[in-house]
Design a protein around this ligand. Sequence first.
Ligand code: ARG
Length: 574
Amino acid sequence: MELSEIVRAAFEKAFPGEDFGFVRVLPATDSRFGDYQCNDALKLAKRFGMKPRDVAAKVAAALDGDSDATGGAFDKIEIAGPGFLNLTVSSAWLGARLAELAAQPNCGIPQKGAGKRIVIDYSSPNAAKQMHIGHIRSTVIGNAIDRLYRALGYTVIADNHLGDWGTQFGILIKGYRECLTEEERENLTVANLEKCYVLSAAKAKESDGAWKDACRAELVKLQQGDADNLALWKRFIDISIGEFERMYAKLGVRFDTYRGESYYNAMMPGVVERLVAAGLAVESEGALIVNLEAEKLGVAIVRKSDGGYNYTTSDLACVESRVGEYDPERIIYVTDDRQQLHFRQFFSIAAKMGFTTRLVHVPFGLMSYQGKAISTREGNLIRLDELLAEAKRRALEIVRERGGDETLAEQIGYGAVKYADLSHDPATAIDFNWDKALALEGNSGPYLQYAYARVCSLMEKAKDAAPESTEPPQPTIDGDQQPSQLSTPAERRLGLQLLEFPGAVERAAEAYKPSVLADYLFQTAQLYSSFYQSSPILKSEPKVRASRLRLCALFGEVLKAGLHLLGIETPNHI
Ligand code: ARG
């Protein structure tokens, strides 16, 4: 039984006929006072006209006097301060709970999302441009949130809302026809597209206006559905997606759909019509606007004075389409925090239009590189494939000494890049630093991967040392064998921490902060390390040895499951 349920039952016994649904037991904030605490007696003092300590005393007595109901869960029940209940659990209870956790699939992550759908819109780069270092955060944070929700049982639709429409395509089409060589046109790459854009845009600026007009004319032809221009545009998009997918494959990221802005083109006039009909959009200087001044969100243009639609209109059409097609419980958008006003505006308009789906913007802060702001002008706009290649190269230097190969270098290098981002609250600005990202000590991806590999080698050693034993080589644990000999403070603390894994996953998902899980994993690895250093394992007497090995195995499973939720691989050997 859950601790909260046990304590709730004691409240009911002490004060019959009352509703105690709100009673919760939480991990102790200070392990000196116990393993868990319950602060709810304080809330009841008024209701019962009693001192909070007396309320707590009655509950403690009910807990103490009923070891059948508590299943011998407690070694110590104390009342502290104004009326806190401090609880120290028994080793038997802890061992049983750990065995339960080990027996559950997915390390006990609750399937809260079963039957519910979520759309998550992330990464979403602009087409015809190479991905650069600035795209890491949306891709990596978005993917971790995607994995967290899938793990909780949600059906997730990961949608890449590509920037695949707009004036740049007129410039690109003109540039493609006139600024590229025959060969470049034949072997078209995103790099070539980028090049012809730069050349064409420069000409549009310099010339007498004829080039600019020609670009504009190509755009109009495209918008009107000219077959040649549409085919070219389609080719640009396909090449872009192909290139993005090469990056995504390295990062372990995959999308269910690639619906760029263009997908919603045909729906935008209808959206605007509905906004006008509902009295939400009004004319202003030739444009159609929605006034959001009352909410201090300014004014959002939904149709420009030249008749064109914009980002807001396209996102409104997109909500309409997603709600209609998937009926999701929630739509999550992961973008940098400079887009906050855009999201607030269109969420507000969507609500006014009657959409009740929860719309969530997860804004992330800027990333700098080795202490310097990332900017095109500074020339430090590092391409994502260059960054990943460098990560691999640097990781190879580290793993070569240990006999590691290229695959291992990718696992470590890419893992380091991801963890360097995910270990920070998305809302904060971060600095990417190679030494920190790749450190084998400290809060880094390689440190956690290394901790996992060490557990694996411990399991190997355990097997070699006792060939007749059935101890599995992999960190897997047999459900009905529990770490029953939890005796030292360090192993108790590790055991208690492992029980918090499902909660950490839930909290990370609910807060849209993979960093909550990263923090949890780092703390767990630190507790493991203190346990490992203070409590002999292989040299202990057989019962203790077996129990400690099972605790190590469970740690390995939790660490592996947790890192996978962050998109980080866990090689067995480093
Ligand atoms: N393409 C946009 C950008 O590069 C991000 C799109 C985010 N998704 C959305 N539905 N607005 O900033």
